[in-house]
Structure formats: C-alpha cells, structure tokens
Design a protein around this ligand. Structure first.
Ligand code: SF4
Length: 597
C-alpha cells in the first residue's frame, strides 16, 4: 500500500561490515510509534542488547524523522536521534531543527540506523536515495564549522551535514551532534556514540516529495495554525523579538534562576544577560528552522564576527550557574561549545560543580565561581580531555563521586539539570526526578503551568495535583517528540491541532486521546528499557540540596521540593507499583507485555 507522510523505509548502515541495506517499515509500526522519539525508542529497546557498553559496537544510533518532516508544517521540520546514553546509561533521544532532517527524509527514508563500529574515520553520504561510506581521516580533528565547510565544498550547498567535533571524537560523555552548522542534538552524549563508531559526519541531500493524504484539510489546518501562532504573545512577540532568553528576567524575578551550582536562586545582574539586553546590544538578525514563522534564534554581533546566540538554558549554564554575568564571555563560551561539539548545559553545570568543589576545598583545580578565563580554558580542556578536563569530560556525577562528594553534582540519573530551581516549581521537581533521560526540563515542562500560565496557571509552591499534570505533560511530550514538532509551537497550538494535522498528512485517523495513548506507550517502553538497565525507584530522585536545603532568599525562599508525596501519587496514577514498575495490566493495556525487563 502507498504511504502518505511516511515513506515506510529504513536505511541501515553497518559500520563494522560496510554493508548498507534498505528495509521496509510496516504501517502498524508507523501508526503506533509515529516517528522520531517513538520509533527511535522502539528500535533501541528492541535491538540494543541489555547492559551493553554505550560506546561499544553493540549500541545503535537511530536517526528518525516524523510524518510531518518535510511536509511543510510550521515547526515540524525536525528530526531526532536515539541510543543508549553514555552519560546516563538510560535510553536517550534528542531532537533538532535545521534542514538536515528534511533532507534525510527527502531521500525516501523515515529512519537511518547506524550500527557497528568503523575501523577508521568515515562519513556517510546519502544523496537522492543512494548511500555510501567515505574515508574521513582528513576531517578527524576538525571542529564543527571546518567539517561543515569542507563537506559542503565537496558535496554542494544543497547538502546538509550532521557531524561531531573534537569532543565527540574524544568520547566526552556529553558530546553533541551538530547539524547545519549550529543546531544541536545536545543532551546525553549522542556525539560520543557517533565518535565511538568513528563516524565523523552524515551528509544528506534529497528531493523526494512527501505526500499529503488530504490536501484540503491540511491547508485548512496550516491556515489555522498561522492564526494561533499570531494570536499567542509568546510565539508572535516574545520568541520572535527576544528568543528564549526572554525567560531570563521572568525566572530570575520568581527566584528560581539557579546560581553557583544551585547554591543561590537569583542572579543580581540578570538584566545584563536578558533577552532584552541581548536584543539591544548584540542582535544582528533573526534565524530559525526551515518553514517556521517564529524564527526564534538570534544572530549576534561579536568582536570577531557573528555567531548564533545562546539560548536561555545555555546563557544560564555558562553564566550564573558558574557565577558569571559577562555577556561577551557567555556568547564566546556558547560558540566554543558549538564548535567543539559539547552540550552547553552539561558543560556549564559540570564546570559549576567543579567550582563548588574548589570552593569547598574538595578538588583543587584553581577554577572559581566567576572565573571567565578559567571557564573558557576548561571548555577546551574538556573537549580535548586535557589535564583536569579528562575528569570533567565524564560529567558532573562521575566527577563529584570520584571526589567522594556526589551530593554536589546537580544531576538526575547522571544528566545535568537545567535552568529552573525546582524548589520554587514543585512540578518541575517531579518532572526532573521522573524523567526517563535524566535531569531534563523538556520531558514535562511544568514551568508552563507553574510560571507561564500555559495552558493555565497553577500554584507553583503546591505539591498537590502535580502528579497528574506531570504525567499528562510527559505523555504529550513523548507524542509531540514523535511527530516531530517544536515545543514552542505547542505553546500556541493544542494537541488537538497536532492530531488533526497528523491525520491530514498520513490519512490515518488520529484523535487527541490517541496521541495521549501513544505518548503513554512510549513513556512506559522507555521506563522498561531503563529498568532492564538496572535503574529503579531509587533513581527517581533529586540532588539532596533540592530536597533538604531551603532557598535562602527571594520570592521562593523557604522552599524545598516535596518529592515523596508527589512521587507516590505519580506511581499510582501511572499504574505502576510502589517501586515504580509498570503493572502487568498496564503493559497489556499498552501492548508492551512482550518486552523483557
Ligand atoms: S519556534 Fe524556533 S525552534 Fe521552534 S521550529 Fe520555530 S524557529 Fe525552530
């Protein structure tokens, strides 16, 4: 049968043998898992052997597009990559915008599975449905810009590149994969997985058309989405004018903007690093994902040229989290991380942890809070694993544990936390603790209801009612990450819109509740994978500081995260037992009873 939205094809590349094959994907698999994170989880859970080394030959790297990718839906030109994480040992996915995903899809593939390990550096070229491996010794050691430029010179400007920098080659546990020069699959170390496989880059160029099942309904939904995006102040004003840094002032004002490794929760000079200040002093233009009207990224003027500006999370991680408020340094550090192929959040939080260990006399590196030169030096040392950078390259949890001071690592399941102090946002605390990939704010963006009033405002200090809301957000995010659509777009358009446009593109009838059910299935499969890898309820927790030490000052002072009652309710509502294991009935209900954990 013919497909709309999907092509029903996987490209599988075995780097150990050099064998490249094309496989069919069944309609039921596509309908049940949609694409992106969902189908990535289905492959990783089904094909990656239990307890394998994430940097070994057995781990697989799954690049997946979604049925909306390349179909012309605003904010849905994205792709994702999934694997077992070398940073956390959990299942991992990360998604990015740019053009690479569209160009992969337009080769006629929904998915690219990379397996095995190459004997020497290679890059993969995929052009108009034909794939080939090429020697990449001359690219090994190059940073992201150089790799991108060299491959584009060779393959043409219509080719998109996803590649690793020196950090991925050196197996830094939080190395990123960068695509289209500046877009990042940032979290969890996918760059290290690619580096371990000796795969420097994947170049994609394609022009096949993505068929849409119901053009009339599709056009109407695109028209509707345009109206909603214009009507919403976040997507029509906040993000286009200031980008995600618009959040700096708000979260700082609420006293939930962590500083100095979460020792403080407000930064006195936050205004200097806010979206408004960046717009006034540095912004040279707007950029964004292909076909998206919001264009939320900023092109910034620097002393040496232009660069793409840091997002909210990066400003925080490379700034106040390290006691740094100098905008030029933050912009330079962000640029450096992107060129070396490092996740900005894990880099900043690991350096912040190092600074606290120095402050407490536990680990003597000479790196103190506020040390701008030291931070820039540390970033390079991490990427090349030089000196103390070799230990920092393992991430904050391993670093702190090796110093006998694990409590100072601000992480969950090994993934560094992001720019929200959950002591003043109780639901964020539950979301962090239960996140399947570790300390991630995107699995359940409870700051939406707790601080932005999206979809409606709730009491941020109350633990009551947060379990149900967190579960809903986690399930919805799993479905949206499978379409794959941008979360910012989801601030303006509802799940109902996504169900309707998905139906229009694929011709499969999806209702809103179907997306919730698919999201729940994905969430439970990810949970089963993690249980199989040795995670249990003891890992659904937060750093002791957030549970025991109240915020000292500001509008959130006096608060700690009341995790225990939220977690008990969360397990119950999920249909899991008190140890956080899904019940046989829940697994049958979701069609997951055959997965062995
Ligand atoms: S809102 Fe920003 S990140 Fe999202 S699709 Fe548009 S440009 Fe890309």
């Amino acid at each position: 049968m013919g497909f709309c939205g999907w092509f029903g094809k996987t490209l599988r590349v075995n780097l150990s043998t050099g064998i490249i094959t094309e496989e069919n994907i069944g309609q039921k698999v596509l309908s049940d898992w949609i694409g992106g994170r969902g189908i990535g989880a289905w492959v990783v859970a089904g094909e990656v052997p239990a307890c394998c080394d994430p940097l070994g030959e057995e781990n697989k790297l799954v690049f997946a597009t979604g049925p909306l990718t390349g179909a012309g839906v605003p904010g849905a030109g994205r792709f994702s990559a999934s694997a077992k994480s070398p940073l956390t040992g959990t299942i991992l996915d990360s998604n990015a915008g740019g053009r690479w995903g569209i160009r992969l899809k337009k080769n006629g593939y929904d998915m690219l599975i990379i397996e095995g390990t190459s004997a020497g550096p290679v890059y993969l070229k995929i052009e108009e449905g034909t794939a080939s491996l090429h020697e990449a010794g001359d690219l090994w050691g190059a940073d992201v810009r150089e790799t991108n430029d060299k491959l584009k010179d060779k393959l043409g400007n219509e080719t998109s590149i996803a590649c690793i920098g020196p950090a991925g080659e050196n197996l830094v546990k939080f190395a990123s994969v960068m695509n289209d020069g500046h877009r990042a699959l940032g979290r969890g170390g996918l760059g290290a997985v690619m580096g371990a496989k000796k795969l420097k880059a994947v170049a994609a160029k394609g022009s096949r058309k993505v068929e849409v099942a119901n053009k009339e309904k599709f056009d109407f939904m695109i028209y509707e989405a345009g109206k909603w995006l214009k009507a919403n102040p976040i997507t029509s004003q906040g993000l286009p004018e200031f980008g995600t840094p618009v959040l700096v002032k708000l979260f700082n004002a609420l006293g939930v903007f962590p500083t100095r490794n979460f020792q403080g929760s407000q930064y006195p000079d936050a205004l200097n690093i806010s979206g408004e200040t960046i717009a006034e002093l540095m912004t040279a233009g707007r950029k964004g994902c292909y076909g998206c009207p919001v264009q939320c990224a900023r092109l910034l003027k620097t002393k040496t040229g232009t660069t793409l500006g840091p997002e909210y999370e990066s400003i925080w991680a490379l700034g106040p989290e390290c006691g740094i408020g100098d905008l030029d340094t933050i912009v330079e550090a962000n640029h450096l991380c992107n060129q070396l192929g490092l996740d900005t959040v894990s880099t900043g939080v690991t350096i912040g942890c190092t600074m606290e260990l120095e402050e407490k006399g536990i680990f003597n590196t000479g790196l103190s809070f506020g040390d701008t030169t030291g931070m820039l030096r540390a970033i390079k040392q991490i990427a090349y694993r030089e000196g103390d950078g070799d230990l920092l390259a393992e991430g904050s949890r391993r670093l702190a544990e090796r110093c006998g001071a694990g409590q100072y690592a601000m992480q969950v399941k090994g993934l560094e936390l992001t720019a929200y102090d959950p002591r003043g946002l109780q639901g964020m605390g539950l979301g962090f603790a239960t996140s399947n990939r570790g300390g991630c704010h995107l699995r359940a963006y409870m700051a939406g209801p707790e601080a932005l009033g999206v979809p409606k405002m709730v009491d941020r200090f109350s633990a009551g009612g947060k379990a149900g809301l967190t579960i809903t957000q986690q399930n919805v995010s799993a479905a949206i990450d499978s379409l794959i659509a941008c979360r910012f777009i989801n601030l303006a358009v509802s799940e109902e819109y996504f169900a309707r446009i998905l139906s229009a593109v694929t011709g499969v009838d999806y209702q809103t509740q179907d997306l919730h059910r698919i999201g729940e299935r994905i969430w439970n499969l990810e949970r089963l994978f993690n249980l199989r890898e040795g995670f249990d309820c003891s890992h659904d927790t937060l750093p002791p500081r957030l549970l025991e030490e109240p915020i000292q000052e500001g509008p959130s002072s006096g608060s700690v995260v009341e995790l225990k009652p939220m977690l008990e309710e969360y397990y119950r509502f999920r249909g899991w037992n008190e140890s956080g294991v899904p019940s046989p009935g829940k697994l049958r209900e979701l069609g997951l009873e055959d997965f062995k954990c």
